[in-house]
Every structure is written in structure tokens, then in C-alpha cells.
Design a protein around this ligand. Sequence first.
Ligand code: PEP
Length: 279
Amino acid sequence: VEIVPLESYENIMNQSMPDSPFPFFLGLNWKLNPNTIKDLEILLTNYVDHHREIAIDNDGIETVVFPPVIYLQQVYAQLGTHPAFHLGAQDLSPHDKGSFTGQVSPASLNDFEVRYSLIGHSELREFKKHSPEDRIARVKASADHQIQPVMCIGHVSTKDKDIHEVDIQILLDDVDRVITATPQQPRFIVAYEPVWAIGSGKPASIEHITEIFSTIHEHVLSTHGQDTVNRLQLVYGGSVNDQNCQELLTIPRLSGFLIGGASLKPLQIANIYKTIISS
Ligand code: PEP
């Protein structure tokens, strides 16, 4: 793994995609994978191999790996010093320390150079019952520790056309809560992930995502103003892969992907990366 001096990070942060003042966000959510050190080593070696040629000029793309927390140290050791990668946490505690069995403190994440956190991923909303209040407490704790929150929002309707006003209102309420809870944040990353599209092999349609992004954009502009909408970065997640990413990149205001399944296939990620660069 090539080690590049810290100034390179500054260069990455200063580059941007045409539609956004921020680097393109490429979030890789490994979820509960891999589950052995042996498999972790194979995955990391693959990542390093496939990213060797694209790592140095990374063209305004911010690649963030969200590994299982138990492997953070190892991933940091192998990828953390690589200019193409940053580290993220799949969840964090809203508490700094104390009697909170099973939780991970944002202060500990700071020690491993974790710069991003996923907030309220749909699997945590479903399995851990993270409420809007739980999510906002995490957004605040994360921002307080200079860990950029990535707010995951999404509805459970089974098809694009089944989305109702009430679903849209839920999305907008989540966006409003983040902005109100951390008004000083320089950047609001919102990952729109329709629950039915996650892991299904079928992303939402281009028209649907375009409509949702415009609705969020217009809402933030009219409710919070131009300065706030300038700080909003819209990301799509749900069955993104190297075959469909080119078309998804045509969506206005799209400035990132959050990727689950394909993130375990470094070759796919290298292909997606190249597609983003050339689009
Ligand atoms: C996810 O879980 O955030 C996700 C987008 O998964 P997948 O890419 O597998 O649909």
C-alpha cells in the first residue's frame, strides 16, 4: 500500500463533481462481512490490487469504507493510509462513555480516524428499532466528534409508484431533523435508500430518484434557505452495481452512492469508480 502525504487529502477535498461543491461520496457498507480475519485479509488484498492504478488521482471521489467495527483497526492499518480511502462507522453510540453495554463511543472511533458515520440505516431502523430521536441523538454525537453523519432515509413501499405523500413527508421530516439538530454543519449528507431496493438487485427508477431528489431539494430551499441547500449532498443507495451506475449518474443532483452488496466485490467498485470519473 502506497503511503501518500497528508496534503493529498486536502487536494481530494478541494475537488468536486460538477453539480456539487463536495467530492462525490462513494460509501461502501460492508455490513456484517467479512466475518473471519482470513476473509478480511482476502478482501483487503483485493481492494488494494484493484485500486492500485486509480488511487493516486482520485478525481474528487471520496471512498468511505464502513467495515464491521471489530475490524476497524485492521482496515485502518491497510487502507486508512491509502489516499483513496476513508473510514466510516456503521453505527455509533449517542453516548461518550458509561454504562451502555454493546455500544461504540464516538470518542473511540476518533482514535481510528473514523471520519463518517451511517445514521439509522434501514437495517438498524428495522432490527434495532432506531427511532427518529435515537437517530438525531447519534447525528449530534457524531457531529460533536467531527465525524460526518450520513443520514439514511427511505420508505418501505414496494414500488416506485406506490410512494404516497405520507412516505415523502417521513423523508422530509428526517431531513429537517438533521438540519435543525446540527445547523452549523458544513455538509449534510443524506442517503436516500428505498427499503425495497436494498439488496433486491433492482435499483429505483431514474425518474423516481430524480423526483425524490427534487422534492428534497425544493423543500430544503424553501424551508431552510439557499445557504442550507448549498450544504446538502444527495446520495442514492439500493442495488447499485457496475452495470447500472452509469445510468444512475445521469440523475440531477446525485452526488454519491451508498453501496452494500457490490462493496464486497472490489473489481465492481473499481469499475464503478472508473465510471464516475469518466462520466
Ligand atoms: C445498503 O444496505 O445500504 C445497500 C445499498 O445495499 P445494496 O447495495 O446491497 O442494495
